[in-house]
Write a new protein. Sequence first.
Lengths: 290, 290, 381, 381
Amino acid sequence: MSIFINKQTKLIVQGITGRDGSFHAKQMMEYGTQVVGGVTPGKGGQKFEGTVPVFNTVAAAVEATGADTTVIYVPPMFAADAIMEAADAGLKFIVAITEGVPVLDMTRVYPYVKESGARLLGPNCPGLITPGESKVGIIPGRICAPGPVGVVSRSGTLTYEVVYQLTRAGIGQTTCVGIGGDPINGTNFIDCLEAFEKDPATKVVCMMGEIGGADEQNAADFVKHHMKKPVVGFIAGQTAPPGRRMGHAGAIISGAAGTAAEKIAAFEAAGMGVAKRPLDFVELVKARLN
Amino acid sequence: MSIFINKQTKLIVQGITGRDGSFHAKQMMEYGTQVVGGVTPGKGGQKFEGTVPVFNTVAAAVEATGADTTVIYVPPMFAADAIMEAADAGLKFIVAITEGVPVLDMTRVYPYVKESGARLLGPNCPGLITPGESKVGIIPGRICAPGPVGVVSRSGTLTYEVVYQLTRAGIGQTTCVGIGGDPINGTNFIDCLEAFEKDPATKVVCMMGEIGGADEQNAADFVKHHMKKPVVGFIAGQTAPPGRRMGHAGAIISGAAGTAAEKIAAFEAAGMGVAKRPLDFVELVKARLN
Amino acid sequence: MNIHEYQAKDILRKLGVPIPAGEIATTPDEAEAIARRIGSEVVVKAQVHAGGRGKAGGVKLAKTPQEAREKAAAILGMQIKGLTVMKVLVTAASEIASEAYAGIILDRATKKPVFMVSPAGGIDIEEVAATTPEKILKLPIDTRFGLMPFQAMRLGFFLYDDLAKARAASKIMQQLYTAFMQSGCSLAEINPLIVDKAGQVIALDAKMGIDDNELDRRPEIAALRDETAEEPSEVDARNANLTFIKLEGNVGCCVNGAGLAMATMDLVKYYGGEPANFLDIGGSSNPEKVVNALRIITSDPSVKAILFNIFGGITRTDDVANGIVTATKMNPLKVPIVIRLTGTNEEIAMKILSENGFSASSDMDEAVKKAVALATGGQAA
Amino acid sequence: MNIHEYQAKDILRKLGVPIPAGEIATTPDEAEAIARRIGSEVVVKAQVHAGGRGKAGGVKLAKTPQEAREKAAAILGMQIKGLTVMKVLVTAASEIASEAYAGIILDRATKKPVFMVSPAGGIDIEEVAATTPEKILKLPIDTRFGLMPFQAMRLGFFLYDDLAKARAASKIMQQLYTAFMQSGCSLAEINPLIVDKAGQVIALDAKMGIDDNELDRRPEIAALRDETAEEPSEVDARNANLTFIKLEGNVGCCVNGAGLAMATMDLVKYYGGEPANFLDIGGSSNPEKVVNALRIITSDPSVKAILFNIFGGITRTDDVANGIVTATKMNPLKVPIVIRLTGTNEEIAMKILSENGFSASSDMDEAVKKAVALATGGQAA
């Protein structure tokens, strides 16, 4: 079992003929993801890699392929439109990889997607992977292995680091989800925790947060009141100065709010395991798997 | 019993110090409606008629009075804003009397109100009355009497005509609702029919439609499939030429659609009683009350 | 309110829609001069608020300026559906490779503006909808978000497979939507939207209907009203704040409220008569409105009897009675009048009327029957 | 990106916000000339991207042009929170009757721009929020609808009981919101918003922060960037497409990915060191980026050791290795370097590095420990 994607997921790739889109479409196909179609306006009728049909619009792609999920690799100024096109076409799961989407665009995209009933992951996220079944996005498949741990993170390479440590230690994953580092994104920690709690195959959840905002504090509250499964948390940015954006648009300490100390205290108050460094996840998870 | 309003209804009047607002506020108070407050920006702190507190904003009025319903008498260019202000302030029933609201404004107002969970009646409507309990709007109280008939209509004076005939014949009403003659309005025939069907006091429903659109046809379909109570219908505009707007923005036959003949046929197909002229309601209702 | 083709084209051209050069002429001389300036074949097009101009002979091709003069002379002054042609648009002719349709209507069912586009353009879109609905794409637009780029592209690709043409069309869709919203339209259409021999996507004809409720806040659009292109009695009524529509019958009707006005007309028909008009004096009871209403009704020579039907709610029936008395003193009536009044201040109204020699009833059916009888040759009671 | 007070005021003034006359000066001479043109008492205000100017002595009243020259001479060149003042705004002084606060921030919790207004202005709004929260009205704005008139009026009435002042404030709220949206802001504030002795509502100070992601589509806003007001190494890094933030420690960090970069800095601290910077080379693995990254890190004299931590996903670790080799050939390192690489093409990368005399590890903790030891006086392994 897994959350959000599995063997049955039928994926289209928006921006499939672009540089990033074509590279990652191939990677996903190699991993075993069912890539059933792609979208690039003006390239409708072509075949990607000789097999995957390309369409001019998402609506046409969905109608022809019966896809349920999409992954978006389009430039930042077109990402909001691409997400809304996907929601409008009836896709139920939309993964937006694009980095650099203006936050004001997201203030319109978020309610639009919500009203459509779809789930958005991202933008500015690495996507997700259900090891051995399907990957949607850019998480390297070979660092993952199937197993009982759910992983959710705001970051890309930090996720890889933790997953890599887990896999090396013989601990596999149900699904690894990168929710992205932007201030407004479609899926938050709680959405993922809720899904992991419901997924019978997931036994322990690893959660990597960072400075900025209150999502981790809210997530800790959710863990405390609504979860039976153990959760291990980590916060990146303990050495970050206030008022400076640490790469991610969302990773910024505003005044006294959103500090790592505040978040770690929330984890502790929720009875969560707290990893002081990425390596600590291995022992903390092991202890909770038994 | 009744629908939408009753003795408990706590009303505020938006535009209470204006010409129409003040006139009708007095009329409603005389009828017995609980007018708990009014709104006119800049007149906050005053008392209307020495008793009703006036506020600068709807939010302030709701907070101070606990009102649940509002009636709007503001000029057409400000009506959309007034409706959205009411919905934003948490009012659950919004009656917009104002005539001449641009239809494009309503394309934004409608989803806004819907998302807020409020019910909008109108705009460009006479409001409604639950005889002997409460009136909200401009329907003359003295032509009504309490009784077992629900009345719903797109028109103002035509409603009065029918209600007057019923009352003269000794047939009273649970609630009389004017939904208004605009192409986009908040409450339609079906909403009212559904409410009358659920109201134990209502035994027969009278419905006055007019040319234009398909609301009456849809309502007939609803009567056929979802109503146990008898409904008597009338359509105004049998002599109207196609393509001309008959006063109401919504009363216009487009091509071959929205004609009186089409609507009357729908009533007949639904097994409804059909009044050929306003006077016919009396006998048709009497026959169905027994 | 309808505006002319040339006015709609001006609006669209300002927003960037590609439209052939053209100017308006009110005389054959002007038409010839415009054709000379354009310097190629032109089309001379009657500017009237009526459909079916082409079939009526109101649209003609002219190969030379001289020919443009002749066609303009033929078209100016002609009658199309009862309206006299006062202006022609003289516009450069295009070589048409294909014709499409693009329109937006304010749709009451979806409560949204709805785009309709079809690669089968140049003909009546309602016919396309009836016979080959698969050739029409209907796309409701959520005005909270506007026409989104992906929607515009989808409309473009529905018309053209080729990316360049689809992009050009999608840009025109954005411009048409902007025009629709900025002008307060209830309808805006380009029919035909053509591809010319050079592969350019061009609007050859344009039509816009404005929501009357928008005019107060859009004076620049309100200024486009052409009263010479409308029925004079309707212009007169509008200027007097009355809602009036001329019909073909002989019973002049004066009613308060649109629904009751229609019901009154219907009742005239029910009792064997024919209404001469729709006339709603509205909710207020200004005696002056009644005076104007009577003037407008009696200016129609086919009116043989006048019927007042007033249900006094906000309207005070005594005001109406006073209006009738004043108006008939100013201009004595040449046809019989039947008055039905009920509601607010009914007793006072009845007294005013009887003191001035009018009788009145409080029963609608009775009044209508009497008016019909009078119009068809009977006698007033 | 932050812009200066005078730039924010220019944007607001164009939208109609009442703002006292003012001009920018870079020399005492210019300041005197401006004060003379203004012809009344002026305020001389340091233009730097730092809060607390007033407390630092960067804001001074000047009664005469001569005095404006003196104050400008004192302020120009002064250091405020490590930044040198290069420009002053010389602006007409106002007589203040009352001070309020008005601001909009892009709020992640509500996922909307949120208005915050308070009649307790002129001071730190966070302090008001903490001590007297009832004096703040927070109003989230749904960008699908924009700031609606009733909301603007509600904000106005929260500040002023008087209708004229509430209307004036509500108009300023609309203008502030327009500025926020048109400029792609994450923050826009007017503090203080004052009422002067004549009863006029006026913006005395303005501040705007722009979402960096907006700059590509808003070249006119991007052009407002003042590189002289920023840390030079950060300007350098941005121009090389790197995300870099200078810190106070001595372990220079070069990482791919923001989360991993923060975690690496934290681990430096965990093992007793202090990071000299945040540096994210991003997802692509262009060797040139690595060259630029090394140049920027080594330009900081306090850096005693350099730590690379690269997790190869999209990033090819061999590209990074090649970048390190190229950069160190061009500019031989004066401090030790510790390299951790793992993931895509790890074996190739390790081979390139060892052939060029570098050792590398695949273990993050080990690498960090070694870098800390080197920076604090230990030896490279």
